[in-house]
Design a protein around this ligand. Structure first.
Ligand SMILES: *Cc1c(COP(=O)(O)O)cnc(C)c1O
Length: 443
Protein backbone atom coordinates (compact mmCIF):
# COMPACT_ATOMS: atom_id res chain seq x y z
CA UNK A 1 0.00 0.00 0.00
CA UNK A 2 1.16 3.50 -0.79
CA UNK A 3 2.49 5.43 2.16
CA UNK A 4 -0.23 7.48 3.77
CA UNK A 5 1.80 10.55 4.45
CA UNK A 6 1.53 13.23 1.81
CA UNK A 7 1.71 16.32 3.95
CA UNK A 8 5.24 17.54 4.55
CA UNK A 9 4.85 17.54 8.34
CA UNK A 10 3.30 14.12 8.80
CA UNK A 11 6.24 12.15 7.52
CA UNK A 12 8.35 10.78 10.31
CA UNK A 13 9.81 12.63 13.22
CA UNK A 14 11.59 15.52 11.58
CA UNK A 15 11.28 18.73 13.51
CA UNK A 16 9.83 21.70 11.71
CA UNK A 17 11.68 24.93 12.25
CA UNK A 18 10.51 28.36 11.24
CA UNK A 19 12.70 28.10 8.19
CA UNK A 20 11.48 24.74 6.94
CA UNK A 21 7.88 25.67 7.60
CA UNK A 22 8.10 28.87 5.62
CA UNK A 23 10.11 27.23 2.85
CA UNK A 24 7.40 24.63 2.46
CA UNK A 25 4.75 27.32 2.23
CA UNK A 26 6.76 29.30 -0.28
CA UNK A 27 7.37 26.25 -2.39
CA UNK A 28 3.59 25.94 -2.65
CA UNK A 29 3.48 22.22 -1.95
CA UNK A 30 0.76 20.61 -4.02
CA UNK A 31 -1.94 19.16 -1.85
CA UNK A 32 -4.47 18.43 -4.56
CA UNK A 33 -5.98 14.97 -5.01
CA UNK A 34 -4.24 13.51 -2.02
CA UNK A 35 -5.57 12.51 1.28
CA UNK A 36 -3.71 10.94 4.10
CA UNK A 37 -6.20 8.15 4.74
CA UNK A 38 -4.52 5.77 2.38
CA UNK A 39 -7.02 6.26 -0.44
CA UNK A 40 -5.76 6.73 -3.93
CA UNK A 41 -7.53 7.69 -7.13
CA UNK A 42 -9.42 10.75 -8.25
CA UNK A 43 -10.45 12.50 -5.08
CA UNK A 44 -11.71 16.05 -5.30
CA UNK A 45 -9.31 18.62 -3.89
CA UNK A 46 -10.50 21.56 -1.82
CA UNK A 47 -11.31 24.18 -4.46
CA UNK A 48 -12.44 27.67 -3.47
CA UNK A 49 -13.40 28.51 -7.06
CA UNK A 50 -16.33 26.07 -6.75
CA UNK A 51 -17.82 27.97 -3.80
CA UNK A 52 -21.57 28.58 -3.92
CA UNK A 53 -23.19 31.57 -2.19
CA UNK A 54 -26.51 31.79 -0.33
CA UNK A 55 -26.94 35.19 1.28
CA UNK A 56 -28.48 35.77 4.69
CA UNK A 57 -31.84 37.51 4.33
CA UNK A 58 -32.14 38.10 8.07
CA UNK A 59 -29.00 40.14 8.59
CA UNK A 60 -28.25 40.96 12.24
CA UNK A 61 -27.64 44.38 13.79
CA UNK A 62 -23.92 45.02 14.04
CA UNK A 63 -22.96 45.75 17.66
CA UNK A 64 -20.52 48.49 18.67
CA UNK A 65 -16.81 47.68 18.61
CA UNK A 66 -15.43 46.32 21.91
CA UNK A 67 -18.86 46.59 23.55
CA UNK A 68 -20.65 44.01 25.73
CA UNK A 69 -21.48 41.74 22.74
CA UNK A 70 -17.82 41.65 21.75
CA UNK A 71 -16.80 40.84 25.33
CA UNK A 72 -19.36 38.00 25.44
CA UNK A 73 -17.79 36.53 22.26
CA UNK A 74 -21.07 35.00 21.11
CA UNK A 75 -21.90 37.33 18.24
CA UNK A 76 -20.86 35.92 14.88
CA UNK A 77 -21.24 37.76 11.58
CA UNK A 78 -24.04 36.96 9.09
CA UNK A 79 -22.29 34.24 7.12
CA UNK A 80 -19.98 31.25 7.37
CA UNK A 81 -18.11 29.13 4.85
CA UNK A 82 -18.30 25.34 5.05
CA UNK A 83 -16.72 22.51 3.07
CA UNK A 84 -17.35 18.85 3.75
CA UNK A 85 -15.00 15.97 3.04
CA UNK A 86 -15.38 12.22 2.79
CA UNK A 87 -12.72 9.59 2.33
CA UNK A 88 -14.54 8.30 -0.78
CA UNK A 89 -14.98 11.58 -2.63
CA UNK A 90 -12.61 14.09 -1.12
CA UNK A 91 -13.78 17.69 -0.82
CA UNK A 92 -17.25 18.86 -1.80
CA UNK A 93 -17.81 22.35 -3.23
CA UNK A 94 -17.46 24.95 -0.44
CA UNK A 95 -20.56 26.94 0.52
CA UNK A 96 -20.85 30.50 1.77
CA UNK A 97 -24.16 30.60 3.61
CA UNK A 98 -26.01 32.14 6.58
CA UNK A 99 -24.34 31.52 9.94
CA UNK A 100 -26.25 28.87 11.84
CA UNK A 101 -26.17 25.56 13.72
CA UNK A 102 -24.45 22.47 12.38
CA UNK A 103 -26.12 19.10 12.33
CA UNK A 104 -23.86 16.25 13.38
CA UNK A 105 -24.51 12.85 14.89
CA UNK A 106 -24.09 12.36 18.65
CA UNK A 107 -21.62 9.64 17.71
CA UNK A 108 -19.48 12.01 15.61
CA UNK A 109 -15.76 11.43 16.05
CA UNK A 110 -15.05 15.00 17.19
CA UNK A 111 -17.38 14.65 20.19
CA UNK A 112 -15.54 11.58 21.46
CA UNK A 113 -11.96 11.71 20.27
CA UNK A 114 -11.25 15.45 20.07
CA UNK A 115 -10.62 15.27 16.33
CA UNK A 116 -10.72 19.04 16.04
CA UNK A 117 -8.28 21.75 15.09
CA UNK A 118 -8.67 25.48 14.60
CA UNK A 119 -7.02 28.75 13.75
CA UNK A 120 -7.39 32.27 15.07
CA UNK A 121 -6.67 35.43 13.13
CA UNK A 122 -8.09 38.91 12.73
CA UNK A 123 -9.53 41.07 10.01
CA UNK A 124 -8.32 44.65 10.43
CA UNK A 125 -9.92 47.91 9.22
CA UNK A 126 -7.03 50.14 8.22
CA UNK A 127 -6.63 53.86 8.67
CA UNK A 128 -6.42 54.03 4.87
CA UNK A 129 -9.97 52.60 4.70
CA UNK A 130 -8.92 49.14 3.50
CA UNK A 131 -9.47 45.70 5.04
CA UNK A 132 -6.43 43.55 5.74
CA UNK A 133 -5.46 40.13 7.00
CA UNK A 134 -2.04 39.62 8.60
CA UNK A 135 0.23 36.86 7.19
CA UNK A 136 -2.85 34.69 6.62
CA UNK A 137 -0.86 32.12 4.62
CA UNK A 138 0.91 31.16 7.84
CA UNK A 139 -2.38 30.43 9.59
CA UNK A 140 -3.48 28.26 6.67
CA UNK A 141 -0.22 26.31 6.58
CA UNK A 142 -0.44 25.77 10.34
CA UNK A 143 -4.04 24.55 10.00
CA UNK A 144 -2.76 21.84 7.64
CA UNK A 145 -0.08 20.80 10.14
CA UNK A 146 -2.62 20.72 13.00
CA UNK A 147 -5.09 18.69 10.91
CA UNK A 148 -2.49 16.11 9.99
CA UNK A 149 -1.56 15.62 13.68
CA UNK A 150 -5.09 14.40 14.45
CA UNK A 151 -5.79 12.44 11.25
CA UNK A 152 -8.00 15.10 9.67
CA UNK A 153 -7.82 15.45 5.88
CA UNK A 154 -5.25 17.41 3.99
CA UNK A 155 -5.95 20.37 1.71
CA UNK A 156 -4.10 23.07 -0.17
CA UNK A 157 -3.64 25.91 2.35
CA UNK A 158 -4.00 28.42 -0.48
CA UNK A 159 -7.61 27.28 -0.96
CA UNK A 160 -8.40 27.82 2.72
CA UNK A 161 -6.89 31.28 2.38
CA UNK A 162 -9.28 32.03 -0.50
CA UNK A 163 -12.25 30.84 1.57
CA UNK A 164 -11.22 33.07 4.49
CA UNK A 165 -10.87 36.01 2.11
CA UNK A 166 -14.31 35.27 0.59
CA UNK A 167 -15.97 35.42 4.03
CA UNK A 168 -14.10 38.65 4.88
CA UNK A 169 -15.07 40.20 1.54
CA UNK A 170 -18.72 39.34 2.21
CA UNK A 171 -19.12 40.32 5.89
CA UNK A 172 -16.23 42.78 6.33
CA UNK A 173 -17.89 45.82 4.72
CA UNK A 174 -20.96 45.74 7.03
CA UNK A 175 -19.41 44.32 10.21
CA UNK A 176 -16.23 46.38 10.04
CA UNK A 177 -17.32 49.54 8.22
CA UNK A 178 -14.93 52.24 7.06
CA UNK A 179 -15.67 54.45 10.08
CA UNK A 180 -14.16 51.75 12.31
CA UNK A 181 -10.51 52.36 11.42
CA UNK A 182 -8.29 50.67 14.02
CA UNK A 183 -10.96 48.02 14.79
CA UNK A 184 -11.05 44.30 13.96
CA UNK A 185 -13.09 41.10 13.78
CA UNK A 186 -11.84 37.67 14.82
CA UNK A 187 -11.81 34.79 12.33
CA UNK A 188 -12.02 31.17 13.44
CA UNK A 189 -11.27 28.54 10.78
CA UNK A 190 -12.15 25.13 12.24
CA UNK A 191 -12.07 21.50 11.17
CA UNK A 192 -13.96 18.68 12.88
CA UNK A 193 -14.33 14.98 12.17
CA UNK A 194 -18.04 14.36 11.57
CA UNK A 195 -17.65 10.61 10.94
CA UNK A 196 -20.58 8.96 12.81
CA UNK A 197 -18.68 5.70 13.38
CA UNK A 198 -17.83 5.16 17.04
CA UNK A 199 -14.74 3.07 16.34
CA UNK A 200 -11.45 4.61 17.40
CA UNK A 201 -10.05 5.11 13.92
CA UNK A 202 -9.02 7.69 11.34
CA UNK A 203 -12.15 9.70 10.51
CA UNK A 204 -13.74 9.10 7.11
CA UNK A 205 -15.86 12.28 7.14
CA UNK A 206 -14.95 15.81 8.13
CA UNK A 207 -16.16 19.38 7.96
CA UNK A 208 -14.03 22.47 7.46
CA UNK A 209 -15.66 25.77 8.29
CA UNK A 210 -14.80 29.42 8.79
CA UNK A 211 -16.76 31.74 11.08
CA UNK A 212 -16.13 35.34 12.08
CA UNK A 213 -16.86 36.97 15.41
CA UNK A 214 -17.00 40.25 17.29
CA UNK A 215 -14.07 40.18 19.68
CA UNK A 216 -12.94 42.32 22.60
CA UNK A 217 -9.81 44.45 22.42
CA UNK A 218 -7.90 42.43 24.99
CA UNK A 219 -4.77 44.54 24.83
CA UNK A 220 -6.82 47.56 25.92
CA UNK A 221 -8.96 45.90 28.58
CA UNK A 222 -5.86 44.71 30.42
CA UNK A 223 -4.64 48.19 31.13
CA UNK A 224 -7.83 49.08 33.01
CA UNK A 225 -8.92 47.46 36.26
CA UNK A 226 -11.48 44.68 35.95
CA UNK A 227 -14.94 45.35 37.42
CA UNK A 228 -15.08 44.21 41.07
CA UNK A 229 -17.28 41.22 40.24
CA UNK A 230 -14.65 39.85 37.89
CA UNK A 231 -11.69 40.35 40.17
CA UNK A 232 -10.18 37.61 42.24
CA UNK A 233 -10.76 38.27 45.91
CA UNK A 234 -7.16 38.00 46.99
CA UNK A 235 -5.45 40.39 44.60
CA UNK A 236 -8.28 42.61 43.42
CA UNK A 237 -6.53 45.86 44.23
CA UNK A 238 -3.28 44.90 42.55
CA UNK A 239 -5.10 44.31 39.27
CA UNK A 240 -5.31 48.05 38.70
CA UNK A 241 -1.64 48.12 37.66
CA UNK A 242 -1.07 47.62 33.92
CA UNK A 243 0.56 44.50 32.52
CA UNK A 244 -0.30 40.83 32.57
CA UNK A 245 -0.02 39.07 35.89
CA UNK A 246 1.13 35.50 35.33
CA UNK A 247 1.15 32.55 37.68
CA UNK A 248 3.37 29.53 37.07
CA UNK A 249 1.67 26.23 36.29
CA UNK A 250 1.92 23.67 39.06
CA UNK A 251 4.01 20.47 38.70
CA UNK A 252 0.91 18.36 38.14
CA UNK A 253 -0.48 20.37 35.22
CA UNK A 254 1.62 20.16 32.08
CA UNK A 255 0.39 21.82 28.89
CA UNK A 256 2.64 20.06 26.41
CA UNK A 257 5.53 17.60 26.34
CA UNK A 258 8.05 16.25 23.82
CA UNK A 259 6.31 13.87 21.45
CA UNK A 260 2.93 15.39 22.30
CA UNK A 261 0.89 17.87 20.31
CA UNK A 262 1.62 21.24 21.88
CA UNK A 263 2.82 22.52 18.48
CA UNK A 264 -0.61 21.87 16.92
CA UNK A 265 -3.64 24.12 17.38
CA UNK A 266 -5.90 21.23 18.33
CA UNK A 267 -8.84 21.56 20.72
CA UNK A 268 -7.35 18.81 22.87
CA UNK A 269 -4.71 21.28 24.07
CA UNK A 270 -7.18 23.76 25.52
CA UNK A 271 -9.93 21.95 27.45
CA UNK A 272 -7.41 20.47 29.91
CA UNK A 273 -5.88 23.92 30.54
CA UNK A 274 -9.12 25.52 31.73
CA UNK A 275 -8.96 24.35 35.36
CA UNK A 276 -5.54 25.96 35.80
CA UNK A 277 -6.74 29.09 33.96
CA UNK A 278 -9.81 29.32 36.24
CA UNK A 279 -7.67 28.91 39.35
CA UNK A 280 -5.27 31.59 38.13
CA UNK A 281 -8.19 34.02 37.63
CA UNK A 282 -9.62 33.21 41.03
CA UNK A 283 -6.26 34.11 42.59
CA UNK A 284 -6.18 37.45 40.75
CA UNK A 285 -3.88 36.50 37.86
CA UNK A 286 -4.55 36.91 34.15
CA UNK A 287 -2.87 33.86 32.67
CA UNK A 288 -0.88 30.75 33.48
CA UNK A 289 2.78 30.69 32.51
CA UNK A 290 3.32 27.10 31.40
CA UNK A 291 6.48 25.45 32.71
CA UNK A 292 7.92 22.14 31.65
CA UNK A 293 10.11 19.61 33.41
CA UNK A 294 11.85 19.44 36.76
CA UNK A 295 14.03 22.40 35.73
CA UNK A 296 10.95 24.59 35.20
CA UNK A 297 11.60 25.51 31.59
CA UNK A 298 9.40 28.40 30.48
CA UNK A 299 7.32 27.55 27.42
CA UNK A 300 4.26 29.78 26.83
CA UNK A 301 1.86 32.13 28.63
CA UNK A 302 -1.83 31.24 28.34
CA UNK A 303 -2.44 30.70 24.63
CA UNK A 304 0.33 33.11 23.69
CA UNK A 305 4.04 32.81 23.11
CA UNK A 306 6.27 34.31 25.78
CA UNK A 307 9.28 36.61 25.43
CA UNK A 308 11.78 38.06 27.89
CA UNK A 309 14.48 40.69 27.52
CA UNK A 310 17.39 39.81 29.80
CA UNK A 311 20.94 41.15 30.07
CA UNK A 312 23.28 38.21 29.65
CA UNK A 313 25.56 37.81 32.63
CA UNK A 314 28.82 37.03 30.84
CA UNK A 315 28.65 39.28 27.77
CA UNK A 316 26.60 42.09 29.32
CA UNK A 317 24.54 42.16 26.13
CA UNK A 318 20.77 42.40 26.00
CA UNK A 319 18.95 39.35 24.63
CA UNK A 320 15.38 39.00 23.46
CA UNK A 321 14.62 35.37 24.26
CA UNK A 322 11.76 33.02 23.50
CA UNK A 323 11.45 29.24 23.82
CA UNK A 324 12.58 27.20 20.77
CA UNK A 325 10.35 25.13 18.48
CA UNK A 326 12.61 22.07 18.30
CA UNK A 327 10.84 19.80 20.74
CA UNK A 328 7.42 20.60 19.33
CA UNK A 329 6.05 21.73 22.68
CA UNK A 330 5.48 25.32 21.57
CA UNK A 331 2.81 26.62 19.24
CA UNK A 332 4.57 28.39 16.39
CA UNK A 333 2.68 31.67 16.64
CA UNK A 334 2.35 33.98 13.66
CA UNK A 335 2.87 36.83 16.13
CA UNK A 336 5.94 35.03 17.54
CA UNK A 337 7.49 34.70 14.09
CA UNK A 338 6.70 38.35 13.35
CA UNK A 339 8.21 39.60 16.63
CA UNK A 340 11.38 37.62 15.88
CA UNK A 341 11.54 38.82 12.27
CA UNK A 342 11.03 42.49 13.18
CA UNK A 343 13.47 42.37 16.10
CA UNK A 344 16.12 40.74 13.90
CA UNK A 345 15.52 43.34 11.22
CA UNK A 346 15.18 46.47 13.33
CA UNK A 347 16.57 45.91 16.84
CA UNK A 348 20.03 44.48 16.41
CA UNK A 349 21.59 47.96 16.30
CA UNK A 350 21.22 50.59 19.02
CA UNK A 351 18.88 53.23 17.62
CA UNK A 352 17.01 56.26 18.97
CA UNK A 353 18.23 55.45 22.47
CA UNK A 354 16.91 51.87 22.30
CA UNK A 355 19.74 49.49 23.06
CA UNK A 356 20.39 46.70 20.55
CA UNK A 357 19.22 43.18 21.40
CA UNK A 358 20.44 39.78 20.30
CA UNK A 359 17.45 37.71 19.23
CA UNK A 360 17.60 34.13 20.48
CA UNK A 361 15.31 31.13 20.45
CA UNK A 362 16.57 28.97 23.31
CA UNK A 363 15.53 27.15 26.41
CA UNK A 364 15.39 29.21 29.60
CA UNK A 365 13.97 28.38 32.99
CA UNK A 366 12.62 30.01 36.11
CA UNK A 367 16.04 29.78 37.79
CA UNK A 368 17.50 31.92 34.99
CA UNK A 369 14.73 34.49 35.39
CA UNK A 370 15.04 34.61 39.17
CA UNK A 371 18.82 35.07 38.92
CA UNK A 372 18.33 37.85 36.34
CA UNK A 373 15.70 39.46 38.58
CA UNK A 374 18.02 39.36 41.61
CA UNK A 375 20.95 40.93 39.68
CA UNK A 376 18.78 43.58 38.05
CA UNK A 377 19.29 41.98 34.60
CA UNK A 378 15.61 41.15 33.96
CA UNK A 379 14.62 44.01 31.66
CA UNK A 380 11.20 43.11 30.29
CA UNK A 381 8.68 40.35 29.54
CA UNK A 382 5.69 40.13 27.24
CA UNK A 383 3.24 37.66 25.76
CA UNK A 384 2.51 37.66 22.02
CA UNK A 385 -0.40 36.13 20.14
CA UNK A 386 -3.35 37.16 17.99
CA UNK A 387 -5.90 37.41 20.81
CA UNK A 388 -3.83 39.40 23.34
CA UNK A 389 -1.59 40.91 20.65
CA UNK A 390 1.61 42.10 22.39
CA UNK A 391 0.85 42.17 26.09
CA UNK A 392 3.46 43.43 28.58
CA UNK A 393 3.94 41.28 31.68
CA UNK A 394 4.31 42.96 35.08
CA UNK A 395 4.42 40.02 37.50
CA UNK A 396 5.35 36.34 37.43
CA UNK A 397 4.20 34.42 40.47
CA UNK A 398 6.33 31.32 41.03
CA UNK A 399 6.06 28.92 43.99
CA UNK A 400 4.90 31.48 46.52
CA UNK A 401 6.85 34.52 45.39
CA UNK A 402 6.14 37.43 43.07
CA UNK A 403 8.83 38.30 40.55
CA UNK A 404 8.20 41.90 39.54
CA UNK A 405 9.08 42.66 35.93
CA UNK A 406 10.21 46.23 35.24
CA UNK A 407 7.84 48.40 33.20
CA UNK A 408 8.24 51.82 31.66
CA UNK A 409 4.75 53.14 32.36
CA UNK A 410 2.19 50.79 30.85
CA UNK A 411 4.70 48.65 28.91
CA UNK A 412 8.33 47.82 28.48
CA UNK A 413 10.22 49.67 25.75
CA UNK A 414 10.70 46.65 23.46
CA UNK A 415 7.10 45.44 23.70
CA UNK A 416 5.84 48.96 22.99
CA UNK A 417 8.01 49.36 19.88
CA UNK A 418 7.19 45.93 18.46
CA UNK A 419 3.48 46.41 19.12
CA UNK A 420 3.56 49.74 17.29
CA UNK A 421 5.40 48.27 14.31
CA UNK A 422 3.00 45.35 14.01
CA UNK A 423 -0.05 47.52 14.44
CA UNK A 424 1.23 49.89 11.71
CA UNK A 425 1.33 46.95 9.30
CA UNK A 426 -2.05 45.52 10.37
CA UNK A 427 -3.87 48.83 10.10
CA UNK A 428 -2.19 50.01 6.90
CA UNK A 429 -0.04 52.77 8.34
CA UNK A 430 2.96 51.01 6.84
CA UNK A 431 2.67 49.26 3.48
CA UNK A 432 4.16 45.81 4.05
CA UNK A 433 3.97 42.39 2.40
CA UNK A 434 2.54 40.92 5.63
CA UNK A 435 -0.62 42.99 5.28
CA UNK A 436 -2.91 41.18 2.82
CA UNK A 437 -5.56 43.54 1.43
CA UNK A 438 -9.09 42.09 1.09
CA UNK A 439 -11.13 43.42 -1.83
CA UNK A 440 -14.60 44.07 -0.43
CA UNK A 441 -17.78 42.81 -2.05
CA UNK A 442 -20.29 45.45 -3.02
CA UNK A 443 -23.18 45.31 -0.53
C1 LIG B 1 -2.75 30.43 19.01
C2 LIG B 1 -1.69 30.24 20.01
C3 LIG B 1 -0.56 31.09 20.10
C4 LIG B 1 -0.42 32.34 19.28
O1 LIG B 1 -0.37 32.14 17.92
P1 LIG B 1 -0.63 33.36 16.94
O2 LIG B 1 -0.52 32.75 15.60
O3 LIG B 1 0.42 34.36 17.20
O4 LIG B 1 -1.99 33.87 17.25
C5 LIG B 1 0.43 30.77 21.01
N1 LIG B 1 0.33 29.70 21.81
C6 LIG B 1 -0.74 28.89 21.78
C7 LIG B 1 -0.79 27.73 22.70
C8 LIG B 1 -1.79 29.13 20.89
O5 LIG B 1 -2.85 28.36 20.89
Amino acid sequence: MAPAAITPESSGTTTPTTTTASKLTEAGIKHASHNSNGQTGKLAALDASLMTTTLNKAAKTVPEFDGPEAKAQKTMTDHMVTASWTVEHGWAAPELKPYGPLSIMPSASVLHYATECFEGLKLYRGYDGRLRLFRVSRNCARMCRSASRIALPDFDPKELEKLIIALCAQDGPRWLPKDRAGCFLYIRPTMIATDPALGVQRPREALLYVIMSCFPDMSKSLATPAPPAMQGEANGAAKASPGLRLIASSEDTIRAWPGGFGYAKVGANYGPSLVAQGEAKAKGFDQVIWLFGSDDYVTEAGASNFFVVVREKSSGKLQLITAPLEERMILEGVTRASVLDLARERMTKTQDGVEAVEVVEKRFNMKDLIAAHEDGRFVEAFAAGTAFFVAPVSVIHFRGRDIGVPMDGDSGVYARLIKQWLSNIMFGKQEHEWGVVVEEKAQ
